[in-house]
Design a protein around this ligand. Structure first.
Ligand code: BJW
Length: 241
């Protein structure tokens, strides 16, 4: 038996589903009304910027009407109370981890409440719509702001930091992600290769569920608080020597 000190937690759309934020794939998913290539690629943005800006404006506006759920709150508690290293790597572009109180959060696919100026390359907090082509507060040019979102074919943010944290982790936990999108889908294999315990919590087994030592199936809003309670209560010893 050995103690686990460093934890990396990967979250996906499933952790925000119980807050009323749509997931991507499956019935009622965000992609149901849109083809991925029409809204989440740089080519789509060049072809039809108005469509892409409206898609993200609607999702940014929706954030105002949703709240963190029990899973976000439990992870924020773990972040506050866990004595070792901890990193919540989220694929989500919502701000529900932060609004729950979590501090050690990394948004690998960008954030809805951030804009990126293609003229001056600055990124800035952005709460309003972008489809009206507002001027960049930094350089003053109008119509050059895009959502600060990582689209297909673009490099996710802070990959070196994520990979470093996974290499040092004693436990890798994946919550509410289908395992369909790389590089996030490959993190579990890196974690295992580097010797971490691996745990998945998802409504259904993900595409990568065979790579995890343990899979817990159910809603994040129930599974995550129970898991956090156990971790903070001392159930954090690896079962693998
Ligand atoms: C619940 C629940 C509840 C429901 N409780 N659970 C290697 C192999 C093959 C392909 C590639 C590869 N490397 C790169 C690629 C290409 C590509 C890729 O992966 N393509 C796939 C189609 C295979 N990846 C990329 O392009 C990435 N870039 C990259 O790799 O850069 C390097 C590079 C650069 C240049 C050239 C080549 C390489 C970038 C990926 C960017 C992804 N962006 C998106 C959209 C933007 C964000 C936005 O608009 O919001 O990010 S795609 C979309 O999928 C979004 C999500 O973050 C991401 C993951 O989705 P997630 O979170 O898993 O959601 P769902 O809906 O799929 O699943 C939800 C799960 O929750 C389900 O399982 C439910 O059951 C569950 N659930 N309710 C618990 N209550």
């Amino acid at each position: 038996m050995r103690d686990i000190r460093n934890i990396v937690i990967l979250t996906g759309a499933g952790i925000s589903a119980e807050s009323g934020v749509a997931t991507f794939r499956g019935p009622d998913g965000l992609w149901e009304g849109h083809r991925v290539e029409d809204v989440a690629t740089p080519e789509a943005f060049r072809r039809d910027p108005a469509l892409v800006q409206k898609f993200y404006d609607a999702r940014r506006a929706k954030l105002k009407s949703v709240e963190p759920n029990a899973a976000h709150l439990a992870l924020a508690r773990l972040d506050a109370e866990w004595p070792g290293e901890l990193l919540i790597v989220t694929q989500n572009v919502d701000d529900l981890h932060e609004r729950a109180g979590a501090k050690r959060v990394l948004h690998m696919h960008g954030e809805l409440k951030s804009a990126w100026c293609l003229a001056c390359d600055e990124r800035m907090t952005w709460e309003e719509e972008l489809s009206s082509g507002p001027a960049c507060p930094e350089c003053g040019l109008a119509g050059r702001l895009r959502p600060d979102i990582v689209w297909f074919g673009e490099m996710p943010y802070e990959m070196d930091r994520i990979e470093g944290a996974i290499r040092e982790a004693g436990l890798f936990v994946s919550i509410g992600t289908s395992g369909a999108i790389y590089p996030a889908a490959g993190f579990v294999q890196t974690a295992r290769y580097c010797g971490a315990d691996t745990l998945e919590m998802n409504l259904e087994p993900s595409l990568g569920s065979v790579y995890f030592h343990e899979s817990r199936v159910g809603p994040a809003g129930s599974l995550v608080p129970t898991w956090v309670e156990g971790m903070l209560g001392g159930e954090h010893r690896s079962s693998r020597a």
